[in-house]
Design a protein around this ligand. Structure first.
Ligand code: SF4
Length: 76
């Protein structure tokens, strides 16, 4: 099953947790808000299977539920 992710930036409080849990998926933009580096936070590029454990850690570690995950590409 494919997996896609992005950050709902309006919910991000820049806590820093996700880039620790999943540094190959999440980093910060110029405003300090997290974003997916896989595809400029569009959520349309499939997350590599090797990164799914990191993604799960980041998703469940996010205090504001800003990280969203689904099995189809996000519409933008
Ligand atoms: Fe933002 Fe959530 Fe990442 Fe914290 S864990 S930086 S609130 S997306």
């Amino acid at each position: 099953m494919a997996t896609y992710t992005k950050v709902l930036k309006e919910k991000c409080i820049s806590c820093g947790a996700c880039a620790v849990s999943a540094p190959d998926i999440f980093q910060y933009d110029d405003d300090g808000l997290a974003e997916s580096i896989l595809d400029s936070n569009k959520g349309q590029v499939e997350v590599n299977e090797d990164l799914l454990d990191d993604l799960e850690d980041a998703e469940f570690g996010c205090p504001t539920e800003a990280i969203v995950v689904q099995d189809t590409p996000f519409e933008n």
